[in-house]
Write a protein that binds this ligand. Structure first.
Ligand code: NAP
Length: 358
């Protein structure tokens, strides 16, 4: 993370909703040293509320729990101070109404959960891909607060890889097979080791539908308060595999215009960060890293590139069924969750589009 001074000169207070979960833990780790934000409150379910964070969390990261965080009391998931940014890693079963309640109370809410991703006035954001969609929050019904969302943890890497192809040639269809890490299933209880070791599971509830719909909204066009989804056919099959972190996707694409392998490679290679001038601490300098080794990218070696915020693309080849095929890898709990939410919050602060933080 880059040590860029905050626009206001102060570290803004943020609350973490779902602070005890997998995403919540990554949020804490990434926010502890964040130059623009400081953690003001940790919120979770009734079973954690009232306890010391260090006593109730089932910490699952290699970094130790920051000492001051371990001492904090976990609070119930209720809004208390309008104007604070809420970063939500809430379980999707309950996130919808809670996030709305916070937005109604005046919080800018940055959510990892699926619940509001398809609300017509809620942006589904990847700042490098569709930051113009953020303007739609002006059309939300909340007087002061707002809700912005980041995509599903596989969608993010896949869509970052589709973006240069969509811009250069148009994407007519994508056929996607994912190999998804265990951490994507959350922490309590998460996926059972007995089910996953020596195994792959060819089903992840709701995941195929998300990958088949979310890229179309993200790659869609924004005008006059309306996001029109991109027209493309997407088919997805999702597998849980015994990898700790890092979702891989094998993608075949049909392009709208004819393209040589060299021009497809060039489209990937020349995809630089469109966020440079905004100077956001979590924005990677190279959001898409192209690998030329025939056995790359791999989760163990490449998920942490650019502090976990880059997507890695490799195995770019002509395809005997559609036009081209490639493999894309991204860190599911960083680029696919906590890092993405923090980057969205940085964009919100930098562009000051939310009334609450003006
Ligand atoms: P998780 O480990 O199961 O954590 C869920 C969190 O929600 C915990 O802090 C839990 O608190 C809290 N919670 C549960 N019920 C609650 C209630 N009734 N009231 C208030 N808080 C409640 O899940 P996760 O993997 O971190 O995922 C969090 C969200 O991000 C989900 O919507 C998920 O789909 C999404 N997401 C996850 C990933 C990933 O790679 N893991 C990636 C992208 C998006 P307690 O501990 O107190 O129960």
């Amino acid at each position: 993370m880059k040590n860029i001074p905050s626009p206001s000169g102060e570290r803004l207070p943020v609350e973490i909703l779902g602070a005890t979960g997998m995403v919540g833990q990554h949020l804490i780790t990434r926010l502890t040293e964040h130059p623009w934000f400081r953690i003001e409150a940790l919120k979770a379910s009734e079973r954690s509320a009232g306890k010391r964070y260090g006593d109730t969390v089932d910490w699952a990261l290699p970094q130790p729990i920051p000492r001051d965080i371990a001492q904090m009391e976990v609070l119930a998931c209720e809004p208390s101070l309008p104007g604070r940014i809420a970063l939500s890693g809430l379980d999707a079963d309950i996130a919808g109404p809670i996030e709305e309640q916070f937005a109604e109370f005046g919080y800018p809410v940055v959510s990892n959960a699926r619940n509001h991703r398809f609300d017509p006035d809620v942006p589904l954001l990847i700042p490098e891909v569709n930051r113009d969609h953020l303007a739609i929050i002006a059309h939300q019904r909340f007087a002061v607060g707002c809700i912005i969302t980041n995509p599903n943890c596989s969608t993010v890497g896949i869509t970052m890889a589709l973006k240069p192809l969509q811009d250069a040639f148009g994407v007519e269809a994508a056929d996607i097979v994912t190999l998804q890490a265990a951490s994507g299933a959350g922490n309590r209880p998460g996926v059972s080791s007995l089910r996953l070791i020596d195994n792959t599971i060819p089903f992840i509830a709701g995941e195929e539908e998300k990958i088949q719909t979310e890229p179309k909204k993200i790659l869609g066009t924004y005008r006059d308060g309306v996001i029109r989804p991109a027209e493309m056919a997407i088919s997805a099959q999702c597998n849980r595999v015994p990898v700790r972190d890092g979702h891989t996707a094998c993608v075949k694409v049909a392009l709208r215009t004819r393209a040589s392998l060299e021009s497809v490679m060039a489209a990937f290679e020349s995809y630089g960060s469109p966020l440079k001038e905004l100077e956001l601490p979590s924005a990677p300098d190279h959001p898409l890293i192209v690998h030329h080794h025939p056995a790359h990218p791999q989760p163990y070696f490449h998920r942490d590139l650019e502090d976990g915020m880059a997507a890695s693309v490799g195995r770019i080849q002509p395809c005997g069924v559609l036009d081209y095929k490639f493999v894309v890898l991204s860190h599911n709990t960083v680029r696919g969750a906590a890092g993405a939410a923090i980057l969205n919050a940085e964009l919100l602060v930098r562009t000051a589009l939310s009334q609450a933080i003006r």
